[in-house]
Design a protein around this ligand. Structure first.
Ligand code: RFL
Ligand code: PHB
Length: 389
């Protein structure tokens, strides 16, 4: 079998890239390790930058998002149970879209099916070969039979734990990493959101976030220790802890209910450089991870897809190789700015074990400055809504 581009990983970045390339007449095949139900059962990102919204529109997967996505013109930050609003529209004239990654992925699968896109689920032992030659190929096993696909390019969209990144020789690859000393315990619950926009709360007991998926479905997170277990948190214990950390008016009106999903995610910043080696390109979480505090992970995956799609369509359109040659440098320039922003939001809003009373005071002062300074709000808003591609 031969395809022009083999994409490893059927998460949002792999599906979006295959959709965009297919619309340009470039043949792709997606190899996904898991079943479709498993991929669609993962609860992850909730906020799309406007550039991401436009990319999904370009890919023709915006129908449900246009109907059901919630456009937010600002967000709340809170310190010590008192919130204030950052007005994105007033500060930078832009907005974000609250629309879950689960929905984005479902829309992408529907669009790939409608176009007859090839996605092999439960592909085991996926392995790229010959990446530093002009004739790379990928092998995998499906239902006990080994298959081989020859191709021009291999794209690693296989997330942080995928096989692709490790194919770049260690002598070429540099990895930058910071692991944070806490995680996020998240719950999904069929109750109305506590506020019409998100609330990011700093509190001496730890960070909390009130988010949503739709007017009847709330998504909330609290900072927890790395040794904690989701099963050890009853729903009541979660709601009580959330109430202690968020603004008083929100705590007073919080509607609680049973959780329909509960899990703990660790927080990490990670960047691999370069993200191209020979005929291999890394995209999204395969190349970099950010802590979720800035809502950037999915959006960075989409901006990587943008640069690579541009490079591949120029290569197949008029034989121009420059976009591919500069993919790593262009994508990483934007990645590092989002890595910085996610790190700074994480540092501003979480309780660090070693921070002490001095650290808490610095955070209080930083948040007071943000509340009072239009300049500080503009910088936060500009980053949150998304820097240009
Ligand atoms: P994914 O989604 O991890 O998909 C990778 C796919 O590759 C498959 N795979 C393999 N397939 C074949 N062979 C192998 N050897 C394979 N190894 C892995 C996997 O099964 C999977 O299907 O990566 P992708 O496409 O790059 O997308 C990245 C995003 O998923 C991620 O950045 C975001 O979810 C991060 N994130 C957020 N991003 C935002 O932009 N806004 C947010 O509000 C936001 N909130 C979050 C988040 C991530 C979270 N968690 C749990 C990590 C909130 C949370 C809690
Ligand atoms: C979410 O709704 O899951 C969400 C929203 C904003 C974030 C992180 C996660 O910064």
């Amino acid at each position: 079998m031969r395809r022009q581009v083999v994409i490893i990983g059927g998460g949002p970045s792999g599906l979006l890239l295959s959709q965009l390339l297919h619309r340009d007449g470039i043949e792709t095949i997606v190899l996904e390790r898991r079943s479709r139900d498993y991929v669609l059962g993962r609860i992850r990102a909730g906020v799309l930058e406007w550039g991401s919204v436009e990319m999904l529109r370009t890919a023709g997967v915006d129908g449900r998002m246009n109907d059901q996505g919630l456009v937010h013109g600002g967000t709340y930050l809170a310190a010590r149970n008192r919130g204030f609003r950052i007005d994105f529209e007033a500060r930078v004239g832009r907005k974000v879209m609250v629309y879950g990654q689960t929905e984005v992925t479902a829309d992408l699968y529907a669009a790939r099916d409608a176009m007859g896109g090839e996605i092999i689920h439960e592909a085991e032992g996926v392995a790229p070969h010959g990446l530093d030659t002009a004739a790379p190929w990928v092998s995998y096993v499906k239902d006990g039979t080994e298959h081989r696909i020859d191709c021009d390019y291999v794209v690693g969209c296989d997330g942080f734990h995928g096989v692709s990144r490790g194919c770049i020789p260690e002598s070429v690859r540099t990895e930058y990493e910071r692991i944070y000393p806490f995680g996020w315990l998240g719950i999904l619950s069929e109750v109305p959101p506590v506020s019409h926009e998100l609330i990011y709360a700093n509190h001496p007991r730890g960070f909390a976030l009130c988010s949503m998926r739709n007017p009847q479905l709330s998504r909330h997170y609290i900072q927890v220790g790395l040794d904690e277990k989701a099963e050890a948190w009853s729903d009541d214990a979660f709601w009580d802890e959330l109430r202690r950390r968020i603004p008083q008016d929100a705590a007073d009106t919080l509607v609680t209910g049973p959780s329909i999903e509960k899990s703990i995610a660790p927080l990490r910043s990670f960047v691999c450089e370069p993200i191209r080696w020979g005929r291999l390109f890394l995209v999204g979480d395969a190349a970099h991870i950010v802590p979720p505090t800035g809502a950037k992970g999915l959006n960075l995956a989409i901006s990587d897809v943008h640069y690579l799609w541009q490079g591949l369509r120029a290569r197949y359109g008029d034989g121009e190789e420059e976009g591919l040659a500069r993919y790593s440098e262009r994508a990483l320039a934007r990645v590092w700015k989002s890595v910085r922003f996610s790190w700074s939001m994480t540092t501003l809003l979480h309780h660090f074990p070693e921070q002490g009373a001095f650290g808490q005071r610095i955070q209080d002062a930083d948040l007071a400055y943000l509340e009072q300074s239009e300049a500080a709000q503009t910088a936060l808003a500009e980053n949150y809504v998304g820097l240009p591609f």
